[in-house]
Design a protein around this ligand. Structure first.
Ligand code: 5GP
Ligand code: ZN
Length: 114
């Protein structure tokens, strides 16, 4: 998608602070961090949101989760724990229409999500 900000990061058209990358997934620091550690785990294929997953592309979810495990080790938050968030669509507060998982750590989150 030519006008997608995350596709531009994947293509190297926009710089990012990359933490981890493989053939299928890229992980970079959020430009506006909501926690001491805040990275975005993003599939390289353009999928609009969680709702755009289907039988053809669902395998990417396993790849995203594997990348999360690599990332939390790299960032040293795997032992203490962290929060994973996916916003979906307008009511979910999704602002970038390219599937991404937020991984947040380096602090203690409360019990409540909202
Ligand atoms: P959403 O609200 O869609 O779940 O999350 C989008 C996230 O992308 C936000 O936390 C926002 O700060 C981050 N973001 C938006 N544009 C850029 C960018 O150009 N670079 C980086 N690194 N993060 C971005
Ligand atoms: Zn995209």
């Amino acid at each position: 998608m030519s006008d997608c900000v995350f596709c531009k990061i994947i293509n190297g058209e926009i710089p990012s602070s990359k933490v981890y990358e493989n053939d299928d997934v890229i992980v970079f620091r959020d430009i506006n961090p909501a926690a001491p550690v805040h990275v975005l785990v993003v599939p390289k294929v353009h999928i609009e949101s969680l709702e755009a997953l289907n039988h053809e592309n669902i395998d990417v979810v396993g790849k995203i989760h594997a990348a999360i495990l690599e990332t939390t080790k790299i960032l040293g938050i795997n032992k203490e724990g962290y929060r994973v968030v996916v916003n979906c669509g307008k009511n979910g507060g999704q602002t970038v229409p390219h599937l991404h998982y937020h991984v947040l750590g380096g602090t203690v989150f409360g019990e409540k999500m909202v």
